[in-house]
Ligand binder design. Sequence first.
Ligand SMILES: Cc1cc2nc3c(=O)[nH]c(=O)nc-3n(C[C@H](O)[C@H](O)[C@H](O)COP(=O)(O)O)c2cc1C
Ligand code: SF4
Length: 480
Amino acid sequence: MPSQKYPRVASLKTADAFLARLQELGVSLPFDEEVTPGEAGTLAAPIEWSGGTIGNRFCILPMEGWDGETDGRPTELTKRRWKNFGLSGAKLLWGGEAVAVQPEGRANPNQLMINEHTLAGIAELRQIALDAHQTQFGSTDDLLLGLQLTHSGRFARPHDKKVIEPRIAYHHPVLDKRFNVQGDGPLLTDDDLDRLVDDFIAAAKLAQQVGFTFVDIKHCHGYLGHELLSGYDRPGRYGGDFEGRTRLLRNVTAGIRAEAPGLAIGVRLSVFDFTPFEPGEANIGAPSASAPYGCAFGGDGTAVGIDLAEPKRFLELLKHLGIDLLCSTAGSPYYNPHIQRPAYFPPSDGYLPPEDPLVGVARQIAATAELKAAHPEIVVVGSGYSYLQDWLPNVGQAVVRQGMADSIGLGRMVLSYPDLPADVIAGQTMQRKKICRTFSDCTTAPRNGIVSGCYPLDPFYKDMPEREELARIKKETVPT
Ligand SMILES: Cc1cc2nc3c(=O)[nH]c(=O)nc-3n(C[C@H](O)[C@H](O)[C@H](O)COP(=O)(O)O)c2cc1C
Ligand code: SF4
């Protein structure tokens, strides 16, 4: 298997071995040999933001489980995940998971929705996280909880997990063919987007009604908010120049300020993007397009390079809009997963990693740091840390200490090891058997219609009958 040429992080057993590997790769990552436990530690230090205090430097990133009821309410599986988020010890829960503001904007038929019918269920999720946190840590005063609001756009699958029903902002040279957009099929109209703005505002009002402190107006991962940012050639009010491409955010923000005063706003942003990738020679990921490539927000036109000039302008806009919460991420799990969630093992619809996944981790950390340096007044959460595995706390602490981000976002790691933040802050040795080794089962399962979870390491999912089906699917589909 070609990816075997990259040493596994679990085999880099000492700090020297880890640092030597980084040097071999020519990759620079901040690293603290010692992680300071307890209240005096960097990772336990509070963050002050315009809305108050966030109790420490860990953040739980939004993660859906493809496990809601088809009417958009949570199930017991959803509740279990939110309980774990509360138990984690992280003091920032960024959005919980993607919650659709329109039925046709769902990423799958089991995605949560927010409306009058589902509101009690959404409120319950928040309460479950709060109660778990209160019981375990004695206070929720410094716990910040938001709700991620979304429209899945090109990746909408509202009716059938296997049937994509793209709602697109513009025609894309690669993604149209790959994701079932016929010829010059219709785009979402400006009127559609005006209605969507209204639905985001209505959703935000409901979120405020049940106690969420902020809503995330999602602009990442190829979903609609993100796609609009690269709609350079889209005609009309929601495309073309920077003003047009950011109209959705500006209009939603104005509506929230008017109709839900006091509700804070955050944005999860893919701060750079590359061309879609595809399995190339020996199934190793290869770019599907080359320069000049004009569909990447935060791209440099080469298809695989970064230019943060526009993302910096976007942060300037956030500041102007009075938004001081940013969660930085990159690319899309659908078309370039290696830059979005670096992994040793690809998901079933992926490709073998074209680079040591440590390179992908370092790329996200560096881009996030550049944005933080440009806008120190914005609270910046970083993503993509799970691949660091045993060394996550050492890099996380150094990132925060050096001001490269304010908070360390945890995605997959918290599915396998929910109480990692609590352990690190308490100075406990990391529980090795719980460390996410990036097997990608939590991505492969939902790609194949199975609920998401950590099947390899979480005893609860290990025991589920779906595990066997997943093993069979993996044998047939995962690139090797
Ligand atoms: C199962 C799964 C579900 C996810 N769902 C969401 C989501 O609902 N919203 C979102 O913004 N990102 C979502 N993500 C992306 C994560 O928030 C995160 O950016 C990614 O996993 C990289 O961080 P990590 O290296 O810590 O895993 C999801 C990731 C996984 C693995
Ligand atoms: S299935 Fe578990 S070990 Fe694999 S990537 Fe997801 S969280 Fe990590």
